[in-house]
Design a protein around this ligand. Structure first.
Ligand code: GTP
Ligand code: MG
Length: 195
């Protein structure tokens, strides 16, 4: 996809209303630090548009990036950010849940999981939720640059087993560092959004 414009248009905090937008939305969910904001920057080829950090808990609002006035990429706060207070964690959780349940334009949720690690209980819950809501779940195995090819295959097989993925669930390996996987993810997003 040729990116003519990519703008952070809506920022939604814990007290904000979930916006009613005019275009299809694709949201990126996953544990803190898994690489959601980095993935968005890579997809948009804009370094630093979505703020990233080596410290987990960087994204604390729901950020809507308007792409070419045709669709939104939605950057969610991470879950399982261990050092946040219980109260803050609960508020973020509720905000994410509120978004996932009330958005009228949400087309798909991409679940990001660090390919080095076994999926967590929260990852499994999110995957189940996606299935229950009828979204065709897409899993992005992030940070693939950090492991060897052999390990990648093994870890993706383990990911499938732990999540109990259905056969038609796509797992796409990705690296924000090498940009591997970018085209495949765009192809999938364009098919979802525009048929
Ligand atoms: P929260 O906003 O806290 O939920 O995190 P996030 O999921 O948005 O993660 P973010 O994109 O901020 O990335 C977290 C850290 O991982 C940063 O230091 C990134 O540079 C690094 N990172 C992200 N993707 C990759 C990748 O594909 N490869 C490598 N090596 N590092 C990555
Ligand atoms: Mg982030």
């Amino acid at each position: 996809m040729i990116i003519r414009s990519a703008d952070l248009e809506i920022v939604c905090g814990i007290t904000s209303e979930i916006p009613d937008t005019d275009y299809p939305e694709i949201a990126f969910a996953g544990k803190s630090n898994v690489g959601k904001s980095s993935l968005i920057n890579t997809l948009l080829n804009r370094k630093g548009l979505a703020r990233t950090s080596s410290q987990p808990g960087k994204t604390q609002t729901i950020n809507f990036y308007n792409i070419n006035q045709t669709m939104y990429l939605v950057d969610l706060p991470g879950y399982g950010y261990a050092t946040a207070s219980v109260e803050i964690k609960a508020q973020w959780g509720k905000m994410i849940e509120r978004y996932l349940h009330t958005s009228k334009q949400l087309l798909a949720v991409f679940l990001l999981i660090d390919v080095r690690h076994e999926p967590s209980d929260n990852d499994c819950l999110m995957y189940q939720w996606m299935l229950e809501q009828g979204y065709s779940p897409v899993i992005i195995a992030t940070k693939m640059d950090k492991i060897s090819r052999g390990e990648l295959d093994r870890n993706i097989a383990r990911m499938r087993k732990v999540l109990g993925t259905k056969e038609d669930t796509v797992i796409l390996p990705f690296s924000a560092q090498t940009k591997q996987g970018t085209e495949e993810i765009w192809r999938l997003m364009e098919t979802l959004a525009f048929g």
